[in-house]
Design a protein around this ligand. Structure first.
Ligand code: FAD
Ligand code: SF4
Length: 338
């Protein structure tokens, strides 16, 4: 096991102190539970000289939830979210997604902010320094080519695998950010820019597996929030290699409304497939009737068009896409009939 390099940990107690620390140390990284960040530091993937511990920042700890809306601070622990009785009752997709993350000890440490900003993953990236060096690294770090797609012309396809984001996308969540130029709120969907298109340059709205968040320099996540939709049924499930502790081979969140014999609202989001969590576009066209052949075939077509797994994990891309489609179909049918 590699030794950790030297770094300092700062412990701000207010949001203003955290922002000042970020401004003073531009190469710093916010520290949630450290369950991903510290692993990456140990592997020599990152070497920030300063970590800013977000766990004592008072403004980031609240879960405000009732049947109308939910707001979750960035430093809320995953266990607290998964076990909150009002989250379980009114936002089941969110409680279930939180309960599916890693193992109990990770969830006791891991935070909502850290999960939403989880680094993208790839078999050529999440490796020790010596393993990566033996392969001449890759362009997500210091190398010059992508081993997954050698003709990718500078584009990285590392996969976004956080479980909370798809659940929150089906709730049409917004995210509060704070930075040197003040606070802003954006749709959560706009935080994720891993489109990995080879024909467009990286911008604040178009990135890839390396530049996958639209966070501006010095910005931190403050909270995420959503409004409830009366009558919405929702659930989360994922396929993973080990049922106990594992990133998703594919994870799916579904939220839908049924009125009489009609599907009137359908939202489906995926993780573990693309360099961003994907809220499936075009599901409104599947609504209006029951779940029949038209809906099943239509869903399959949307998944085929928008879910693009590459060979970034031990399971092949085409398998992950099929798994994602099957999971989505099962969850949708189960919720509709429940
Ligand atoms: C064995 C193992 C299995 C795992 N399985 C899963 C899994 O199934 N699903 C899953 O989703 N994850 C999984 N993880 C990853 C990780 O445990 C979780 O994603 C966890 O929620 C990360 O949260 P954290 O608070 O520990 O983040 P950290 O490691 O502290 O941070 C992660 C990233 O977020 C940034 N960050 C933290 N807080 C903020 C903030 N407030 N504002 C801006 N940026 C911030 C950090 O700088 C860093 O870049 C696994 C990890 C391990 C080791
Ligand atoms: S997709 Fe390519 S560039 Fe990105 S981490 Fe994997 S090998 Fe590296």
């Amino acid at each position: 096991m590699d030794a950790l390099p030297d770094f300092r940990v700062l412990n701000p107690e207010t949001l203003d102190e955290a922002l000042a620390a970020r401004a003073q140390h531009p190469d710093s990284k916010p520290l949630g539970g450290g369950t991903d960040l510290v692993v990456n530091i140990r592997r020599g993937i990152l070497a920030p000289s300063v970590l800013i511990d977000m766990n004592r920042v008072k403004e980031l700890h609240a879960i405000k939830v009732d049947e109308n809306s939910i707001e979750i601070g960035a430093s809320v622990r995953l266990t607290a979210l998964a076990q909150h009785s009002d989250v379980i009752a009114h936002y089941p997709v969110l409680a279930q997604a939180a309960a599916h993350i890693a193992g109990p000890t990770h969830r006791n440490m891991g935070t909502v902010g850290g999960n939403l900003c989880l680094d993208t993953r790839c078999i050529y990236y999440n490796q020790s320094e010596w393993w990566r060096a033996a392969n001449n690294h890759c362009l997500k770090t210091t190398g010059s080519m992508c081993h997954v797609a050698p003709k990718s012309r500078g584009v990285c396809f590392a996969t976004y695998s956080g479980d909370l984001a798809p659940a929150l996308l089906t709730l049409q969540a917004e995210i509060d950010l704070a930075g040197p130029n003040g606070k802003r709120t954006i749709p959560l969907e706009h935080l994720y820019i891993g489109f990995a298109r080879q024909d467009v340059p990286v911008t604040e709205t178009q990135g890839d597996g390396k530049f996958f968040l639209s966070l501006r320099p010095g910005e931190i996540v403050v909270a995420v929030r959503a409004k409830n939709t009366p009558g919405l049924r929702s659930a989360y499930d994922k396929i993973r290699i080990r049922r106990s502790i594992e990133y998703p081979v594919a994870g799916v969140a579904v939220a839908l409304k049924r009125e009489g014999d009609k599907l009137t609202d359908l939202r489906i989001a995926f993780t573990g497939t693309n360099p961003r969590p994907v809220l499936l576009a075009g599901t409104a066209e599947l609504c209006g009737g029951g779940i029949d052949e038209r809906v099943i075939k239509g869903l399959d077509a949307l998944v085929r068009d928008q879910i693009m797994p590459m060979k970034t994990t031990f399971t092949p891309g085409h398998y992950r896409r099929r798994v994602a489609g099957v999971l989505a179909r099962r969850l949708m049918t189960r919720l509709y009939e429940s």
